[in-house]
Design a protein around this ligand. Structure first.
Ligand code: SAM
Length: 288
């Protein structure tokens, strides 16, 4: 995918919304202060306003390289870092973390990776391709810590109201915390579809397979019209801190599928497939 076609979540609006998502940002703050040790070398992927790198410097990092693809956003991060007196510790590097070779890691790899390039299923942001690039370049120490350590994604089969303003709009819906719920009922409860373990991948020194293909099957728990899959994710930020849906992170996706009328107790059986980092349009569903 060309950079210009990718959804990099790089606008001022998104960077500020992330900063102001206090539930999310406080969880990262706790994970960073539990993880970063005095003298650590830290790599941040996608720094936005710079907030997580500032927190890492405050936690005692000796060096933080904060990568950002968007020039205007990188300038904001630099100003925020200087405003907090961390200009000597945190450097903002303008580069695409999916492709760069992290030159400063060659002599001395990083102790900690921080990467809030997180969306539901790791579909829309480039965290998995970026992580794979970091590992392939040998940019992390073998015992490096990752924030997030992992992410778990679950699927439900649901009946969703796809009507808007009197029109049928069977389009992917990204649920928002402030929005009226359009899912009318859950027909099949949560089924685990992905368990991504960044911490284990660092230990192995291998990347993460980006293709997910899983059966979603079970007994219908209600009568209804199965017309969508709802994906939800929980990100493991540290061994103690897990973050699911907040205003700016892991918003559930409701994805239309071919309709099927179901009765409680029916066996439901389908298969979901998608590419992490490949965008929501890569999600495929097949009924059996
Ligand atoms: C969701 S925001 C998080 C910002 C900040 N780390 C925080 O937690 O508040 C993701 C940031 O990653 C940047 N980004 C996305 N893809 C990138 C890429 N391929 N290379 C470098 N930066 C990227 C975006 O421009 C955006 O600023």
């Amino acid at each position: 995918v060309d950079v210009a076609d990718r959804n990099v979540f790089g606008s001022h609006e998104i960077a500020y919304e992330c900063l102001a998502d206090t539930e999310r940002t406080e969880r990262f703050q706790r994970a960073i202060s539990a993880t970063v040790r005095r003298g650590d070398r830290v790599l941040e992927l996608g720094t936005g306003t710079g907030i997580l790198s500032i927190m890492a410097a405050h936690a005692g990092a000796s060096r933080v390289d904060a990568y950002e693809i968007s020039h205007p956003t990188a300038e904001i991060a630099r100003a925020n870092i200087a405003a907090n007196g961390f200009g000597g510790v945190v450097s903002v590097v303008e580069a695409d973390v999916v492709a760069t070779n992290f030159p400063d890691a060659a002599a001395d790899p990083y102790d900690v990776l921080i990467a809030e390039m997180i969306t539901v299923g790791l579909l829309e942001e480039q965290l998995v391709p970026a992580f794979n690039n970091v590992v392939a370049r040998g940019a992390l120490k073998a015992d490096a810590s990752c924030i997030p350590r992992g992410q778990v994604t679950r699927a439900e089969i649901v009946e969703c109201d796809f009507s808007w303003f009197g029109y049928a709009m069977p389009t992917i819906q990204i649920e928002q915390t402030w929005q009226e719920r359009k899912v009318r009922r859950v027909l099949l409860d949560d089924v685990l579809v992905a368990d991504v373990d960044f911490a284990a991948a660092v230990e192995r020194g291998t990347g993460i397979e980006p293709t997910i293909e899983e059966d979603v099957r079970g007994q219908a728990v209600a009568d209804g019209l199965a017309n969508a899959i709802r994906l939800t994710s929980d990100s493991v930020l540290s061994s103690e801190i897990v973050s699911g849906w907040t205003q700016c992170m892991n918003s559930p996706a409701v994805i239309p599928i071919p309709e099927r009328a179901v009765r409680a107790g029916d066996a439901l059986d389908g298969r979901i497939a998608y590419e992490m980092g490949g965008e929501l349009s890569t999600v495929r569903w097949n009924w059996r």
